[in-house]
Design a protein around this ligand. Structure first.
Ligand code: COA
Ligand code: AMP
Length: 269
């Protein structure tokens, strides 16, 4: 019988002082060996030899993970970056994010989110009305951590995403992260496109509309990207937000629905 004793295991790898890979799991004690080995294999398979790999294990002690159902996934077919961003903006507007906040977020993501013009190490936090940046450290931002799929949830979502043609583990991990983030107190919506120059997909995620994935939100070859967390200024409290995102263990125990929308005009109908 599996032990009830759960651990958070986190891996990060860097080369020439740049972060190149990161992943995490929540697993029972008896899977520590296999999980550490899997994470190290992953760090070594980046195509660029890491100088440092750090694996951290923390017992969750008697803290039971919060259980969430994954956000529903909507795959929205858009032909190019312009139409992708237009639809992403319309969805954010319908969730109550102001035009100004959307424009500021997209401009930041395009230019490099941090003051030095680089990608941030986490997400920026924006007031959904004014677009004001609320995170304390604009080079670092805020990182969601301590989340994973349960075994059943992972099997279910892998089957659903594979049937939909989304076979990359990145989608599953981004969906887990987005599900944890969507449940944060004061959260309205998240906008993300990767900083990986070869990965053009992105998403808008929210409790109200699910995880809406776009095949293109940026041009191939562009190494700028990041995440914007839009929050409701009327209820937002930074301390509660950070405590939940950074420390509360979350297991995604169930997949949501998964559907494809081929004609973006039909998304709101
Ligand atoms: N980018 C750049 N630097 C990073 C980083 C990232 N994504 N994650 C960690 N680092 C570096 C930073 O220097 C950081 O110091 P900082 O806190 O001043 O920024 C340092 O590593 C320690 O980070 P920490 O978060 O304390 O490490 P950790 O070992 O507890 O967890 C991760 C590392 C990568 C597992 C965790 O931060 C994370 O991002 N988890 C989510 C992974 C995931 O599933 N992502 C889905 C993407 S699709
Ligand atoms: P990635 O999805 O790994 O390509 O990361 C894209 C961007 O998201 C990074 O450049 C960071 O700005 C941000 N980011 C990375 N990890 C996290 C995290 N755990 N929580 C919030 N934002 C993150």
């Amino acid at each position: 019988m599996p032990s009830k004793h759960l651990y958070s295991i986190r891996m990060r790898a860097s080369a020439r002082e740049r972060h190149i890979s990161g992943a995490e799991r929540i697993i029972p004690e008896e899977r520590i060996d296999a999980t550490v080995s899997g994470l190290i294999t992953r760090a070594l398979s980046k195509g660029c030899a890491p100088d440092t790999i750090v694996v951290t294990l923390d017992s969750l002690k008697d803290v039971a993970p919060i259980q969430h159902r994954a956000l529903d996934v909507v795959m929205l077919s858009v032909p190019d970056v312009r139409s992708g961003r237009e639809m992403a903006s319309r969805i954010l507007q319908s969730l109550g994010v102001s035009d100004m906040a959307i424009e500021l977020a997209m401009t930041h993501l395009d230019r490099g989110v941090s003051p030095s013009g680089n990608n941030m190490r986490g997400a920026m936090v924006l007031d959904a009305s004014t677009g004001d940046r609320l995170e304390q450290d604009r080079e670092r931002g805020v990182r969601a951590s301590r989340f994973d799929w349960s075994d059943d949830g992972e099997k279910e979502i892998t089957r659903l995403l594979t049937d939909a043609g989304l076979t990359h583990f990145r989608t599953r991990e981004a969906l887990a992260l987005a599900t944890k983030v969507a449940h944060a107190p004061g959260m309205v919506a998240e906008l993300c496109w990767s900083d990986d120059p070869d990965y053009t997909a992105g998403y808008v995620a929210s409790l109200a509309m699910g995880y809406v994935r776009f095949p293109v939100l940026k041009h191939r070859g562009n190494g700028k990207g990041g995440r914007a967390f839009f929050v409701d200024p009327d209820v937002f409290e930074m301390e509660a937000f950070l405590t939940y995102l950074q420390t509360r263990p979350v297991l995604i125990t169930e997949a949501g629905q998964c559907r494809q929308v081929l004609d973006p005009k039909k998304f709101f109908t």
